[in-house]
Design a protein. Structure first.
Length: 131
């Protein structure tokens, strides 16, 4: 999610009007930018807009794929998840699945009934013994 926000922010920097457009000069089009030595803003060509749009779509596609990746860097470290599955079973299951689902509620119920069954169930979930 953070990667998507960063990429979108960077792409918006290229699409937004130049600062001189806000300083009293009227922009020539809806998408303007300054050339290296020019003072007047220029309008993006259709090909440039199309290329920027294509880059944005690819970046969003990559971000969605990274979010689905089980080895994503956004997850907590595996050793931490295992320790939490022993100490606080519902939290360990939640961090492993990254969502509140049926397995989380089962773990919570088993932990409330007695801690040992909840811890065993959470360890089985985290180690992928139960799928």
């Amino acid at each position: 999610m953070r990667l998507t926000i960063i990429i979108c922010s960077l792409l918006l920097l290229f699409v937004m009007p130049s600062p001189t457009a806000f300083a009293g000069q009227a922009p020539t089009g809806s998408h303007t930018a300054l050339n290296a030595g020019d003072e007047a803003p220029r309008e993006f060509t259709r090909a440039e807009r199309k290329a920027a749009k294509k880059k944005l779509k690819q970046a969003l596609k990559d971000a969605r794929q990274a979010a689905k990746d089980p080895n994503s860097t956004t997850k907590a470290p595996y050793w931490l998840i295992v320790i939490l599955a022993i100490l606080l079973p519902p939290l360990g299951v939640f961090l492993y699945d990254e969502e509140i689902n049926n397995r989380f509620w089962i773990s919570l119920l088993l932990t409330i009934l007695f801690w040992i069954p909840g811890a065993i169930y959470a360890i089985l979930i985290v180690t992928d013994t139960i799928k």
